[in-house]
Ligand binder design. Structure first.
Ligand code: ZN
Length: 504
């Protein structure tokens, strides 16, 4: 009798596993397009974004690209897009999505390149001039859509692997408290039935593309182009590079990079960008080579529009001067209310914008989409403790961190995802008013590039709601499916103990 029961259970699990396997086959496609602006027309200068105003491009060093990764499973389709640009506002992403409505989700992220054209508006000839060439942005939208469609057409059946590698020396942090986002996260797609053939690689690293500095005037994709080139040579496949945690303030380490002959390289040199990019590629290769199988199907998507009050007077001014084309919304005190218009009589403390926070569950992988430059403290749960008495809101509650919300699951984080709202700072580390934290005479750099002290708490609480909603979606699956999936995962060799990529 006992034997019969065991056989019945085994058959049930096996059938469950096969059913899920057939339904859940993963397909991946990659495509790329050139989005380098044309430089040389005196009538139409290209204003380089990311530092001060009035930095006109004088030539092109290397091309800028949009790269799309499309993942499909059964009828489900998602697109993950990365562009070598400073950032794209949500209204532009919405234009792309309108034309990609057969996709369940489209995530558009920028590397935050500081050596490409202004696509936000605040880096024109002077602080009063809009720096965006709208025709260029229109062309970028068209090329992105074409790129996503080509990635979809080129998809092949794959198996995925997920890997991590960490190197504290590869990232600099110029703001206290020093917390580094030094974990590289990669997805490697192996062609089904041809395990030696890599169909593509997705790399996610956490560093401002600003190796060339503020004096460079040649268009370049900065260090990620060297990272991609080196990985392509090694693995002979498409590579997509995404920026993750960039805030507070993740940048290349200064003065500690040497070339192959031991010569010290400095920020601002193309050799520095190349060498740094190749070191990032070496760390990625380390993660790729030890990546373990991961199941990426089925896809669950949880996305939310959220309102953020714009307390930063510079941001409000940029909007009033029409440097930034973006319809403001009235801030009501509730971040879930995003549809109240602003009028000429709206007081300035009710001036806000609507943005988007999302979390995806791609099988065993959770993907966090953050619409700006999040501080590593909010990602890794290392918010200043005890609070520095010089900070402006020493009694502010600690926000829930990404690491805490992700628990033991494996995860990735895309920064500047679908929007660029600036720095997302833990509220208890907000420091604009004297006396300043850490006994400093002047405030640290950061707050000037943030919507305000409420951005951190709002984004993190919205993310918490998304994670809970995803959890509810997954619990709604039948016990039968859940049993089958667990079996599939184990059969693929996924070690449950490997779960979670919390940075110590
Ligand atoms: Zn930045």
């Amino acid at each position: 009798m006992l034997r019969l029961v065991l056989v019945t259970v085994a058959v049930f699990l096996f059938v469950g596993g096969v059913r899920i396997q057939a339904e859940d086959s993963l397909y991946a496609g990659f495509a790329k397009a050139d989005i380098t602006p044309s430089v040389g027309d005196d009538e139409k200068p290209v204003w380089l974004a990311g530092y001060g105003w009035g930095r006109a491009a004088t030539g092109i060093h290397d091309p800028l690209h949009v790269t799309a990764v499309v993942l499909t499973s059964g009828e489900q389709r998602i697109a993950l897009v990365t562009l070598d640009l400073i950032g794209l506002p949500l209204p532009t992403v919405d234009l792309m999505r309108e034309r990609l409505d057969e996709f369940d989700y489209v995530m558009v992220s920028c590397t935050h390149n500081h050596e490409g054209p202004d696509t936000i508006g605040i880096w024109g000839r002077t602080p009063l001039n809009r720096g965006v060439d709208d025709e260029y942005v229109k062309a970028v939208v068209d090329k992105t859509i074409d790129c996503v469609e080509r990635a979809f057409e080129s998809r092949v059946r794959v198996e995925a692997r997920f890997g991590l590698a960490k190197d504290d020396m590869l990232i600099g942090d110029s703001r206290k408290p020093q917390v580094k986002a030094s974990t590289m996260r990669v997805l490697r797609f192996q062609q089904h039935n041809a395990p030696n053939r890599t169909a593509g690689i997705l790399v996610q690293w956490n560093c401002h593309p600003e190796a060339l500095g503020s004096k460079n005037t040649l268009v370049t994709a900065d260090f990620p182009s060297a990272t991609i080139a080196k990985l392509k040579r090694k693995y002979d496949c498409s590579v997509a590079y995404f920026s993750g945690t960039l805030g507070g303030l993740m940048a290349p380490p200064r003065g500690v990079i040497h070339d192959e002959q031991g010569v010290e390289l400095k920020e601002g040199q193309f050799e520095f960008a190349r060498r740094y990019g190749e070191q990032v590629a070496e760390l990625a290769a380390n993660a790729i080579d030890k990546a373990l199988p991961i199941r990426l199907t089925p896809f669950h998507i949880s996305t939310q529009r959220v309102a953020i009050p714009v307390q930063n007077p510079l941001y409000r001014t940029a909007s009033l001067l029409k440097l930034v084309y973006r319809q403001p919304v009235r801030w009501t005190g509730d971040f879930n209310v995003t549809d109240k218009p602003v009028t000429a009589f709206t007081p300035k403390d009710q001036f806000g914008i609507a943005t988007e926070v999302a979390c995806l569950a791609l099988g065993e992988l959770q993907v966090v989409c953050i619409p700006g430059e999040i501080y590593p403290e909010l990602v890794h749960g290392r918010i200043q403790e005890p609070v520095d008495p010089g900070a402006d809101f020493p009694n502010a509650e600690k926000e829930p961190s990404v690491a805490d919300l992700m628990g033991n699951s494996r995860w990735m984080l895309f920064g500047l995802a679908n929007d660029e709202i600036g720095y997302i700072i833990p509220k208890r580390q907000w420091d604009q008013a004297s006396p300043f934290a850490y006994g400093l005479r002047r405030p640290q750099y950061g707050e000037i590039n943030s919507c305000g002290p409420e951005s951190g708490p709002i984004i993190m609480h919205a993310l918490k709601q998304r994670v809970e909603a995803l959890q509810a979606q997954r619990e709604a699956l039948s016990d039968h499916s859940a049993t089958g999936r667990k079996l599939t995962a184990r059969a693929e060799g996924t070690s449950p103990g490997e779960g979670g990529n919390r940075v110590p």
